[in-house]
Ligand binder design. Structure first.
Ligand code: C2E
Ligand code: MG
Ligand code: MG
Length: 732
């Protein structure tokens, strides 16, 4: 990246002088470089590289063969000429030996050679045989070796003949040659001619090869220097560019840019460099983008959790020696999900952006702010001696609380829950410290939100305990250690038992003298909900409750059983299908089953909730809203849903007698239920006064310890069998 910056700010023409990354030979000045490079290339590249190049070999072979062929053609021509010369010479010798020996006085019909003269010519010269003819082709005499040439017509007068072994040569002396009216065929010795010609050929071939080699070498050196070597140089640079296009290790061209090859190399070099620069720019832009995507949150532009951990690690490392502590604060916006669901994501996003902006602009410069999750932010800073991590958290909470966030001209007063941890007090590993701050944050949320919680080791224990409960619960489900208790529900006007709520019980075996103890559903149900284990547990409870309802029906009493269904069951399982299966399996009438859902179900996904409730209602099952009055839901859904009963949360009943607000809420719920044609049931009825209050307000049904605690099914059966049908018998 540094290279890109450099190449951006410095003109390319100066690059070779200041350490251009492409120029690996910049230790010498350009002239020295050039000379050295040229010489080196001439002797090393020029000889070694060129002779390694296939192209060079092809050119060399073509040049060599061409020269050889030209020379061979010339040689063939000169050899024939040489041979002809030799024959001419021996013809001349023979003629000058024969002509003086001819008799000037001989008649036309007799041979002009006497036997004696002929013998002398034959014995003293290269002539070995003679045949003498008259001009009308009469053989006049024959001497020495017989000649092979037959003089049959005057057309043959120009012919010559050579014996197959090359030792004899015959030619014809015509009247013009002899200046006499005879034709003489002379057979002469020609055995020296062949060796002479062969010798001549040998010499010529050697010269030919030497010449070809010389010319080829000179040509190759010249070609190599001016053409092949630059091409190889260009090829090497192109290969380097292909191998490493964004940072090619290419050499500066030593070739004259004024000739065509040098110019072509220069153009190619600048294209390679330009391409490398483009690629570097693209790469660095892509890297920037990837870095942004990997380390920054797109919505708020704040660093994300990954970068936060990196920064934390870096701060931990740099402050190790000075033993300075770090504050790690995590913050979660309270009920942000409600805002998102009710006002839409645009509003939610605007609030998140507002929080990010407020935190990053208001906190001191040395603080590092990140978006750590959906509505979770994290802050870290080095602590001074006068500051504690809690001080930082209070500052952060104050910043959020300081004034409402304005979105589309509406004010949203946001509260937050904060978790605080300190490095290194709460962990050696920065990542671990952040996790501990998160644990503290969860604790703050569990304790009712809008508060700051500092991490304590006890939290860890709590988390471990929860894991242990989850493991044990899984075991309990498998080993059938869960049971269902039933608590009766009464019609307040008639006093009859109209139903029972099925409540799960877990008897956890231990080594105590009782052999075990009950674990409250309030303790393990939330853990089962968080882990998803509530789905099989809920299914088991429903099956168990329906089996019991069926047994009671068979024993003569129709008692409707209310089964609690948690939000997780609503969304994680096919509740409708399972309910149908259980009804079918157990054969219980659908109206003997009631499902109790809490208001939270409507807040998660309203359309799924509406649809599921409709389908359940269609099966004939009754629906009650449990703990009514504690949720945040709007009343409008009550009309949309298929519900039969509102169940006033027990907290309103407990306090109705001493808290006018709670009494007012209880009354309102009763009136609301009636105006919507719903039954209203009150739970947590413990005393006669509670009961009197509910009778006075016209509540329909009751459930509570005043009548019976939840009991095992046999006890329940005994209770309803003995029950005389009058609530007045309960005189607590
Ligand atoms: P809930 O559904 O609101 O059940 C009523 C709770 O109030 C029961 O507590 C019951 O024992 C208690 N209760 C009833 N009358 C009185 C009274 O007069 N005074 C007092 N102080 N308490 C009374 P329990 O059984 O401990 O259950 C607590 C919660 O656990 C239930 O609240 C329900 O939300 C959940 N739960 C219990 N069983 C199941 C289950 O099978 N499935 C699901 N999903 N949740 C269950
Ligand atoms: Mg209930
Ligand atoms: Mg309840």
């Amino acid at each position: 990246m540094a290279q890109v910056k450099q190449s951006k700010s410095v003109p390319r023409s100066r690059l070779s002088h200041i350490g251009d990354p492409y120029d690996t030979m910049n230790a010498l000045n350009p002239l020295e470089q050039k000379t050295k490079h040229t010489m080196k290339n001439f002797f090393i590249s020029g000889s070694a590289q060129i002779w390694k190049s296939r192209l060079s070999w092809r050119i060399a072979s073509v040049v060599f063969l061409t020269i050889l062929i030209i020379q061979a053609a010339t040689f063939i021509l000169t050899v024939q000429e040489k041979e002809r010369e030799q024959f001419k010479q021996i013809e001349e010798i023979a003629r000058s030996a024969i002509t003086p020996a001819l008799e000037t006085t001989a008649g036309m019909l007799s041979s002009p050679l006497t036997q004696r003269q002929a013998n002398r010519v034959i014995s003293t010269t290269i002539v070995n045989g003679l045949s003498v003819y008259s001009t009308d082709l009469h053989l006049l005499g024959q001497y020495g070796e017989p000649v092979a040439t037959m003089m049959l017509s005057l057309d043959n007068i120009g012919r010559t003949y050579r014996s197959p072994d090359g030792s004899s040569y015959e030619f014809i002396l015509r009247p013009n040659d002899l200046r006499k009216p005879y034709i003489i065929i002379a057979r002469i010795n020609s055995e020296d001619i062949n060796p002479y010609i062969i010798n001549h050929a040998k010499e010529s071939v050697i010269i030919m090869f030497l010449l070809s080699a010389l010319v080829t070498s000179v040509l190759m050196i010249a070609l190599g220097h001016w053409l092949l070597e630059p091409i190889l140089f260009l090829r090497n640079n192109l290969l380097a560019a292909r191998e490493n296009p964004d940072n090619p290790k290419i050499k500066e061209s030593p070739y004259n840019p004024n000739d065509e090859v040098g110019e072509a190399i220069n153009v190619a070099q600048s294209l390679i460099k330009q391409n490398a620069e483009n690629m570097q720019q693209i790469r660095s832009a892509a890297e920037d983008k990837i870095h942004k995507l990997a380390y920054y949150d797109q919505l708020t532009s704040l660093p994300n959790r990954t970068l936060f951990v990196q920064k934390l690690t870096e701060l931990a490392y740099t402050n190790k020696e000075s033993a300075k502590k770090l504050a790690v604060v995590t913050l979660d916006l309270d009920h942000f999900k409600d805002i998102n669901d009710s006002m839409g994501h645009n509003v939610g996003d605007a609030i998140l952006r507002g929080v990010a902006k407020r935190l990053s602009t208001t906190l001191p410069d040395h603080s590092f702010v990140a978006r750590a999750g959906e509505d979770e932010f994290a802050v870290t800073c080095v602590l001074s001696q006068s500051n504690t991590a809690r001080d930082i958290a209070e500052k952060v909470a104050g910043i959020i609380r300081a004034e409402p966030f304005k979105v589309y001209n509406e004010n949203f007063q946001i509260r937050s829950s904060l978790g605080v941890a300190t490095y290194p007090d709460d962990g050696d590993d920065p990542n671990h410290v952040l996790k501990n701050a998160d644990i503290a944050l969860n604790r703050a949320k569990e304790e009712g939100r809008d508060r700051i919680k500092e991490y304590s080791e006890d939290f860890d224990k709590l988390v471990q305990e929860r894991f242990q409960i989850l493991r044990d619960l899984r075991d309990a489900l498998e080993k059938d250690e869960l049971t269902v208790y039933y608590q009766p529900q009464f019609d307040l006007k008639t006093g009859t038992v109209i139903g029972a709520e099925a409540l799960i019980r877990w008897w956890k075996k231990d080594n105590s003298k009782d052999g075990g103890h009950f674990i409250s559903p309030g303790e393990f149900i939330p853990i089962a909900e968080q882990s998803g284990l509530i789905v099989p547990i809920g299914e088991w409870v429903m099956r168990e409750a329906c089996t019991t309802a069926k047994t009671w029906h068979e024993q003569g009493k129709d008692i409707r059983i209310a089964v609690n269904v948690s939000g997780a069951q609503f969304f994680q399982s096919d509740l409708v299908k399972h309910t149908m299966e259980v009804l079918k399996e157990t054969g219980v009438k659908p109206e003997l089953l009631e499902l109790e859902v809490t208001e939270s179900v409507f807040m998660d996904d309203i359309s799924v909730a509406v649809n599921t409730l409709k389908q359940l209602h269609k099966l004939g099952v009754e629906i009650a809203i449990d703990d009514f009055g504690t949720g945040y839901s709007s009343l409008s859904y009550l009309r949309q849903f298929s519900i039969d009963r509102l169940k006033i949360d027990q907290s309103f009943i407990f306090n109705a007698l001493n808290n006018s607000d709670d009494a007012a809420i209880a009354k309102t719920i009763i009136n609301l239920g009636h105006s919507l044609n719903l039954k209203v049931i009150a739970e947590g009825v413990e005393t006669k006064d509670h009961e009197a209050f509910l009778i006075a307000e016209g509540c329909d049904e009751v459930q509570g310890f005043r009548y019976s605690k939840p009991v095992p099914k046999d006890e329940f059966w005994a209770f309803v069998s003995d029950y005389n049908g009058s609530l007045k018998s309960f005189n607590v």
